[in-house]
Design a protein around this ligand. Sequence first.
Ligand code: CDT
Length: 303
Amino acid sequence: ERNVTVGIAQLGPIAREENRQQVISRMIALLNKAKQRDCGFVVFPELALTTFFPRWYLEDENELNAFYEKSMPSDETQALFDKAAELGIGFYLGYAELAEENGETRRFNTSILVDDKGQIVGKYRKIHLPGHTEHEPWRAFQHLEKRYFEVGNLGFGTWDFMGGKVGMALCNDRRWPETYRVMALQGAEMIVLGYNTPMHYPQAPEHDHLQAFHNHVVMQASAYQNGCWVLACAKAGKEEDCDLLGQSCIIAPTGEIVAQASTLGDELIVADCDFERTREIKENIFNFNLHRIPEEYEIISRP
Ligand code: CDT
């Protein structure tokens, strides 16, 4: 048995005016609850430290930059790292990253894995960026991820973490089968992700009522098809004027949801995840070595 007790720390809405310290105190309250329930690993959402700012067209660069982290941990985020290390809990955290690389300023939608001693052991930069680049006033709200972030340049990785092989993704990545398969081919047993998903889809509002279904259908199918645990954490509820989907969940390698949030606020859900359970699938129906026919999939990797 290779078991980790996982807590998904769903966050309710974060107001535009809420500062890092306020958000981090909410996250620390969830860490304390997680400790009471014996969690060794806690998952926070995508862009967990701020409101989902890509919903606004921001022309003032200083205003935009205020939503990004220039270092991790920083003076403001150190308290989260310290508390988690004190409690002996590892965590996944999504945040907006402002990086200097080769003398250039770069922006990424990023997540990290932090071990139970407070050390960053893995980093991922979101690859599938949804939305648009220019201001589109016809929309009820903007979704400017393609303006505010570059496509991640770190690939889909996996890390030895909490006794298993763990991979990371962010929000829109979870809708794409390639995300999971590329990690599963590197041995991933658990795929961890955070999301901010508006209930309203401006391009096809007739799909608004399907948001919750689409969220679960892609993740449950992908957990099963890759024999992986999937841990999914929402930022939920009415954030500024935008309704965000909740339904954070823990999905077993069989595709079954074993725990699900039932509010749109700050909420912890917990489940025991045994990495060995991935074998039920990986050694049988989706035994890659025995049953994949990769020579027939070549078109998938063409641009
Ligand atoms: N954050 C994020 O990636 N959200 C998208 C919204 C839908 S497309 C505008 C998602 O895939 O949930």
